[in-house]
Design a protein around this ligand. Structure first.
Ligand code: FAD
Length: 345
């Protein structure tokens, strides 16, 4: 069931009418916009249109002027560019200070960040500084047609219910959003918008950490959220070694390996591979579910795939209810046959 939580209690009441516009924090790494920011610009545009306000992108870094045009192409009406040598690398202190001061000066009505490592670090600190609430890890955002407040939905109580949270007395309404849940904005290079250079007020003393060296993540870390093809294995594999077969099929299809929680809990594969409510939300072009029953918590993470192919020996497995193509059979017979056929193409 769904729960609607409303903020209650005492608190300094703000003049809510002073708050306007939807802001999206555009996370960038090495001057490249992160996919979640493109998703948020698409979602932010939709929300801004429903309320009748502007969509503003907030970009921090050094030498990032080129990103402003990209943000406009993805739907931003305004881009706040905060450029400074101390913002080149993400630091909790530096980014919190700059964004909090911008919010206090400009008063946005809604502020959205990706629920990435950076977004999860930044958002609660900003919320505390500007004296507002935060709904973390949202999977759905809507505008209440009656009072235009932001309805922020997220899994709660260990994923057993979906809670819709409303920020009634404070502004901005702040949320972090799970990567991969919203559709990406489509770029339109002909759009025009306003670029505002933010006067950054930041000293070395404001930042308590120092970036000494950047170590690139091991390639082996699974990029499930960006994968075009995912071949996922479930308890039907019967043993950890079964994932070798899943990997072989994934290799043939140029995809990556996903997994159900049952296999992660069994220690057959690491949690990086888990798809679902307590794993990753994915949207590949093709999702092949092998020996996965299709529990609601698993489907919550993969039902947005364009094409779902299910292999299961039980014709009544729930996964078939959302599959575009279903193969009823033993995966240890079906997958080698598929690999064999692909090798002959
Ligand atoms: P099973 O449900 O045991 O299904 C195995 C399937 O394999 C069966 O359908 C069977 O017919 C088939 N099979 C068996 N042998 C073969 C064979 N030789 N060939 C072909 N098919 C075969 N689960 C997730 O996946 N992700 C999550 O993020 C997640 N989060 C959760 C959060 C909460 C709060 C809770 C309560 C649960 C969560 N779960 C999650 C667990 C979920 O409820 C299921 O238990 C889990 O998804 C089951 O995994 P499975 O489909 O691999 O196993």
């Amino acid at each position: 069931f769904d729960a609607i939580l409303r903020e209650e209690g005492e608190g300094s009441e703000k003049d809510l009418s002073a708050y306007k516009n939807v802001w999206v924090f555009v996370e960038q790494r090495e001057n490249k916009i992160m996919p979640v920011a493109i998703e948020l610009l698409g979602e932010g545009k939709r929300l801004a249109k429903e309320i009748g306000v502007e969509l503003c992108a907030v970009v921090l870094g050094e030498n990032i002027s080129d990103l402003a045009k990209e943000c406009i192409a993805y739907g931003a009406d305004k881009v706040y560019l905060a450029q400074h040598s101390l913002l080149k690398n993400f630091t909790t202190d530096g980014y919190t200070k700059v964004i909090s001061e911008m919010i206090q000066a400009e008063k946005p009505e809604i502020v959205l960040l990706g629920a990435t490592h950076i977004g999860r670090d930044l958002a609660p600190r900003i919320a505390a500084r500007v004296d507002t609430g935060l709904t973390a890890d949202c999977t759905k955002l809507e505008i209440d047609p009656e009072d235009k407040k932001l309805l922020q939905t997220r899994p709660a109580f260990g994923g057993n219910i979906m809670a819709t949270i409303v920020c009634t007395k404070h502004r901005p309404q702040m949320a972090t959003v799970r990567p991969g849940v919203m559709d990406k904005a489509v770029a339109d290079g002909k759009r025009s918008g306003k670029i505002i250079d933010v006067a950054v007020n930041l000293d070395k003393e404001d930042i308590r950490t120092q970036v000494i060296k950047t170590v690139k993540a091991d390639k082996a870390v699974v990029a499930l959220e960006e994968a075009e093809v995912i071949v996922a294995g479930g308890r039907g594999l019967g043993k950890a070694e079964g994932f070798q077969l899943i990997q072989q099929l994934a290799d043939r299809l140029g995809g990556v390996v996903g997994a159900s929680r049952a296999t992660v809990d069994a220690g057959w594969i690491s949690h990086d591979h888990q798809v679902g409510q307590t794993g990753k939300t994915v949207k590949p072009r093709i999702y092949v579910a092998c020996g996965i029953s299709g529990a609601i918590q698993h489907m919550a993470g993969m039902q947005g795939a364009d094409v779902i192919i299910a292999i299961n020996k039980n014709p009544d497995a729930p996964i078939f209810s959302i599959a575009d193509y279903g193969i009823v059979g033993d995966l240890y017979e079906v997958i080698p046959a598929l690999i064999d056929a692909l090798d002959r193409v």
